[in-house]
Design a binder for this molecule. Structure first.
Ligand SMILES: Nc1ncnc2c1ncn2[C@@H]1O[C@H](COP(=O)(O)OP(=O)(O)OP(=O)(O)O)[C@@H](O)[C@H]1O
Length: 255
């Protein structure tokens, strides 16, 4: 089943009197349950394409259909409602610094006017899902990068989205933390059935978790292909720094 469909969406920016076409007309179908990677060099239009998916950027032309409903023709209120089924996370986490971990996650539910008692229960539920229930009272500045991204994921999950849009979610993280986070994303996909779209410039990210890949260049999708689903497998067993640097074969490395 198709959850999100982009139909010839395009985006032009105007800056200092100059126009620049960041995304040429792109069509794409996101099937329920997949992990879709969008990869390409810097400036290819990946983030713009992702932001067109939830209308964070409004396309100049084309249509964006969420479960068959056109976001382009929705009222503000309908769009707000529809966006609740699309969570989003960012490279720089975008947490609110003067609110605790709990407050950051709760903010998504406050916007949705969820009653306080349900809010409390849901915040602890999603924090425990990402393994951070013991950090609820801490502030973002007290957390590592990987923990901050987990808070952002918990915030995105709070309203039980069907789709999670990830904009370079691991680009600010070290390799080990990246693997941990990819395992969290895979866990979300498998156990909650959330469809994921992930923009990245890291081949490894695509190789390790994606089931479908789109390659972008100069505003166009120039290639699309599928990858086999890795059933029940986590991203990779934990490797020591020695193993990561020298490789896993080990024999010649030990000499
Ligand atoms: N708000 C904006 N105003 C003007 N130009 C923009 C805006 N946002 C993006 N662009 C331009 O559109 C092009 C595509 O940007 P986009 O961020 O989508 O690329 P990207 O593939 O995600 O690259 P990166 O990995 O560097 O973020 C770039 O040339 C960028 O400078």
């Amino acid at each position: 089943m198709v959850i999100l469909s982009l139909q010839k969406v395009s985006k032009t920016y105007t800056a200092q009197g100059q126009t620049f076409q960041a995304v040429l007309p792109v069509s794409m179908e996101i099937e329920t349950g997949g992990i879709y990677g969008i990869i390409g060099t810097s400036g290819a239009g990946k983030s713009t394409l992702l932001r067109l998916m939830n209308l964070l950027e409004r396309p100049d032309s084309g249509h964006v259909l969420l479960e068959g409903r056109d976001l382009m023709t929705m009222s503000e209120r309908e769009l707000r409602e529809a966006r609740r089924s699309m969570g989003m996370i960012f490279q720089q986490f975008n947490l609110v610094h003067n609110r605790t971990v709990h407050g950051n996650v709760a903010s998504a539910l406050e916007l949705a006017r969820t009653p306080k008692r349900d809010r409390e229960r849901r915040v602890m539920e999603v924090l425990s899902f990402v393994g951070l229930e013991d950090k609820a009272k801490q502030y973002p500045a007290q957390l590592s990068g990987g923990q901050k991204q987990r808070v952002a994921i918990a915030r995105a999950l709070a309203s039980s989205p069907k789709l999670l849009l990830c904009d370079e979610p691991t680009s600010a993280l070290d390799p080990q933390t990246t693997e941990d986070l990819l395992n969290v994303l895979m866990h979300i996909n498998r156990t909650l059935g959330v469809t994921i779209v992930i923009v990245t410039h890291e081949l490894e990210v695509v190789r390790q978790i994606c089931t479908h890949v789109s390659v972008m260049e100069m505003g166009e999708v120039i290639d699309t292909f599928d990858l086999p689903k890795r059933e029940g497998e986590s991203v990779r067993p934990k490797l020591s720094y020695r193993e990561q640097i020298l490789g896993t074969v080990g024999k010649e490395a030990e000499l």
